[in-house]
Design a protein around this ligand. Structure first.
Ligand code: ATP
Ligand code: MG
Length: 393
């Protein structure tokens, strides 16, 4: 009898023809995320079985619980064979270590040649519990403990504990997206939500030294690192934005500063995205949150790129975004008080309903193509290892 982790991937089961592709990626992701452990992964009808040294199970579980593509995680025991007498023998042994007052047993039998039906197995083992434990009773509606028994072709499994997984699709199954990552609350949450749909991330951060500090940049890198907990390594493209921003500030009417600045950010992000084989841009815009996020603003800003822009938190209330940020661990980093390039030049009355023709006219006042090329040529790609930020070569 061996303790192991059993993984259920419910939503992936709806991917019928493509299931092999999704599972291959899930396995690959787990292999990468668990590389410091010695483990084996096997598959059998709707389940993935992950074996590691028993004392490593808690540590491995925290990683598995944060891996997209997993719906439920069961911690159970694999029995070397599946005869009823052997199941009973193991069952009795395991019962010694658990205490409960009410219980039920749920059995699944994928080996249809097994002499008892699922219901008969449950009843039989229920009797074993009642005979071997004092003061316990069956409660099928609200049991304190549900014991799952699975009888498969070669092995049987007894499961006492189930945990919820974070669901979604394995990161990487839907290609790559370029996340516009600022130090705010919204964009890391947007990144997390895109990852949940299977999108691998690269990130772009616009910095404006000396108006923005090294701490502000490190905060963004910490946010990227926090998101890596749920997927893969995230390359962060740090793009110098000072020249563009100062030119905008000097030449463009105040109320259009933010609109034009964001059009520049979109242009650069799209170029970086194409260059790095990303299929979409992802950002943390939320409808109505600020002047640059009215529908009119969004459409005028969006006009500069052909690539689809995914806005996972577009329809969320700020409080809902905050709740999710707390849940995924980015909130405490996001609220660190460092300035962002958007916040330092905010005009008092930014335009709420910008006009495209005016944007085009104003943009003629600055040689932005040249600035954009220079900004991209001077980008630094950073990666994070064990909290050390190093340049990606
Ligand atoms: P907050 O959580 O405070 O709203 P925010 O990051 O969402 O912060 P916004 O001004 O609302 O800030 O910006 C909208 C979106 O634009 C961000 O979610 C982010 O995707 C992108 N963005 C803003 N500033 C930057 C930046 N300096 N670098 C990269 N992306 C940025
Ligand atoms: Mg925002």
């Amino acid at each position: 009898m061996k303790k192991l982790i059993i993984i259920k991937y419910a939503e992936l089961n709806t991917k019928k023809a493509n299931i092999g592709f999704f599972l291959k990626q899930l396995k690959k992701n787990l292999e990468k995320r668990l590389e410091k452990f010695s483990f084996t992964i096997t598959f059998d009808k709707g389940r993935m079985f992950l074996s590691v040294l028993e004392e490593k199970i808690p540590e491995v579980l925290t990683i598995v619980q944060n891996t997209f593509g997993i719906h439920e995680i069961m911690i159970g025991y694999e029995l070397e064979h599946q005869s009823l007498s052997y199941i009973e023998e193991c069952f009795k042994k395991l019962l010694r270590d658990v205490s409960f007052q009410t219980f039920k047993i749920e059995t699944k039998r994928s080996d249809k040649t097994f002499p008892l039906t699922s219901l008969e197995i449950s009843k039989y083992l229920g009797g074993v519990v009642l005979k071997n434990k004092e003061n316990v009773r069956v409660d099928v509606h609200h049991p304190e403990l549900t014991i799952f028994v699975e009888v498969r072709q070669t092995h049987a499994y007894i499961i006492f504990e189930t945990l919820k997984g974070i669901g979604g699709y394995p990161v990487g199954t839907l290609g790559k997206g370029m996340l516009m990552l600022s130090g705010g609350i919204d964009s890391p949450v947007a990144g997390y939500m895109a990852m949940k749909r299977g999108v691998r991330l690269e990130a772009v951060y616009f910095e404006s030294p000396p108006h923005t500090s090294v701490e502000a940049k490190n905060k963004v890198l910490s946010l990227a690192h926090c998101l890596e907990k749920y997927g893969d390594q995230i390359k962060v493209h740090v793009v110098p934005f000072t020249e563009i921003q100062e030119a905008i500030l000097k030449n463009i009417p105040k109320e259009y500063l933010i609109t034009i600045m964001r059009r520049m950010m979109y242009r650069i992000t799209a170029k970086l995205a194409y260059r790095n084989r990303c299929k979409v841009i992802i950002n943390g815009e939320s409808i109505g949150q600020v002047a640059s996020q009215t529908l009119e603003s969004m459409s005028v800003i969006n006009e500069v790129v052909k690539m689809p822009v995914i806005r996972p938190v577009a329809c969320f209330d700020k409080l809902e975004i905050i709740e999710l940020a707390k849940q995924i661990g980015t909130y405490d980093i996001s609220i660190l008080p460092y300035e962002d390039c958007c916040t330092i030049f905010v005009p008092e009355h930014p335009v709420i309903y910008p006009e495209l023709s005016k944007c085009i006219e104003y943009e003629k006042l600055i040689p932005y193509e040249e600035f954009i090329q220079r900004a991209i040529a001077n980008e630094k790609i950073l990666k994070i290892n064990e909290n050390q930020f190093t340049e990606y070569l």
